[in-house]
Design a protein around this ligand. Structure first.
Ligand code: BTN
Length: 335
C-alpha cells in the first residue's frame, strides 16, 4: 500500500495520512498508519497535529483518526494532492498568485509548479483589469517550462481554458435522465462560459525570447462558491449556483484542483498538436458568431471564422479578413 511512498519525505507522509483518514469512512488507528509508513506512533501524532494546525478538523479517538471527506475537500494545502507536495504552494492569502508564481519561476521553480491562494488581495485579470478573489473561489497559477517556441505560448493558455471547461462541465452532470444539462464553452481568447456567463478566466504572462519559452505563468480563476460582485450580475456565475440548480453536490475546491491537475496532465502532450486547436474549436462559443472586438485602440466588427496556428482570431469584416491577437470580445448572435 505504501511501497511507492518516499519514506524520507515527511511532507508526502502528511499527504498519505490525509488521504487515508479521509477515504476510510471510519477512524484509522495510529498504529496502522505507523506500520504502513514505518514510523512511530508519536511521529504519526506529530503529523496529525501539523495537519490540524493547518486547519483540518481531524477527530482523534480511541479508534484512531478521522476526517470527514467534505472537510478535506473544502480546504487546500500543499498536502492536498498526493505526489505534488514539492510543486504545490498554497497560501491562505496572497496579493496575486501571478506575482508569487513569477517570483518562484525566476528562482527556478520546476515545470508544473502550482501556486494558489484562498484569497487574493489584488487578483489580476486580463487587459489590466482586477479579478475579484474573495474566499470560496479557486485561484492558482501554473508555472510551465515547455520546450516550445515563444510563438506557441497561446496554446498553453488554450490548453488551460480547455482543461477548466472540461473540469467545470464534468462537475455539472444532469441529475436525472432528460434533465437540463450545462455545457461549458470557451470564449476567445480564454474565458470559460456556462450559459453565456463567465465562470472562469485565464491570464498568461511569460518570459522568453524568439524561438524559446523560458517560462509561462498561467493564472486560472474559477468561480466556485465565492460571492460574485453585484457589478457582474448577469455576466458571471459560480459553480455553487449551478450545482444547486441541478440539485447535486458540488465538489470541494481540493477535489476540483486534483481533477484539474489530472485533466491538465492528460491534455499537456497535445499542446503543440492540431488536435488541441480542434478541441478548442469544438468547445468554442465564439466561432460562427457575429462579434465586436475591442482591441483597445479600435473596435472591429465581423463574423468570427476561425483561430489560426498562433491563436489569433480570424474575423470576416465588411472590408475583408482580419486576424486579431489581443482584445475583448462582445458576442452577438450566431449568424
Ligand atoms: C481574466 O479573465 O481576466 C483572467 C482572470 C485570471 C484570474 C486568475 S486568479 C489566479 C491568478 N492570479 C491572478 O491574480 N489572476 C489569475
Amino acid at each position: 500500500m505504501v511501497n511507492k511512498l518516499d519514506r524520507d519525505s515527511v511532507r508526502d507522509m502528511k499527504s498519505y495520512i490525509l488521504r487515508r483518514i479521509t477515504t476510510e469512512g471510519e477512524p484509522v488507528g495510529g498504529s496502522n498508519l505507523a506500520e504502513e509508513l514505518g514510523i512511530s506512533r508519536t511521529a504519526i501524532w506529530k503529523h496529525i497535529q501539523t495537519l490540524q494546525s493547518a486547519g483540518y478538523p481531524i477527530t482523534t479517538g480511541h479508534n484512531g483518526y478521522q476526517l470527514e471527506p467534505e472537510e478535506e475537500a473544502k480546504r487546500i494545502s500543499r498536502w492536498s494532492v498526493e505526489g505534488e507536495t514539492e510543486r504545490l504552494h498554497w497560501h491562505s492569502r496572497l496579493d496575486s498568485t501571478m506575482i508569487e508564481a513569477r517570483r518562484l519561476a525566476e528562482e527556478g521553480a520546476l515545470h508544473r509548479t502550482i501556486v494558489g491562494a484562498d484569497r487574493q488581495m489584488i487578483g489580476r485579470g486580463r487587459l489590466s483589469r482586477s479579478w475579484d478573489s474573495s474566499e470560496g473561489g479557486l485561484y492558482f497559477s501554473l508555472i510551465l517550462r515547455p520546450k516550445a517556441p515563444l510563438e506557441s505560448a497561446h496554446r498553453y493558455t488554450f490548453l488551460c481554458s480547455l482543461a477548466a471547461a472540461q473540469l467545470i462541465e464534468a462537475a455539472l452532470p444532469s441529475s436525472q435522465a432528460g434533465a437540463h444539462r450545462y455545457k461549458a464553452g470557451v470564449k476567445w481568447p480564454n474565458d470559460v462560459l456556462v450559459s453565456g456567463k463567465k465562470i472562469a478566466g485565464i491570464l498568461t504572462e511569460l518570459r522568453g525570447e524568439p524561438g524559446r519559452i523560458d517560462y509561462l505563468c498561467i493564472g486560472i480563476g474559477i468561480n466556485v462558491a465565492n460571492p460574485l460582485p453585484e457589478a457582474l450580475s448577469g455576466q458571471a456565475v459560480n459553480l455553487k449556483e449551478l450545482t444547486e440548480d441541478l440539485k447535486i453536490t458540488m465538489p470541494g475546491r481540493a477535489e476540483l484542483l486534483r481533477r484539474f491537475i489530472r485533466i491538465f496532465d492528460e491534455l499537456f502532450p497535445t499542446a503543440l498538436s492540431r488536435e488541441l486547436l480542434e478541441m478548442w474549436r469544438e468547445r468554442s462559443d465564439t466561432l460562427g458568431r457575429q462579434v465586436t472586438v475591442d482591441t483597445g485602440s479600435k473596435k472591429i466588427e465581423g463574423k468570427a471564422r476561425d483561430v489560426d496556428e498562433s491563436g489569433g482570431l480570424i474575423i470576416e469584416t465588411e472590408t475583408g479578413t482580419q486576424t486579431i491577437h489581443a482584445g475583448d470580445i462582445i458576442h452577438a448572435r450566431h449568424r
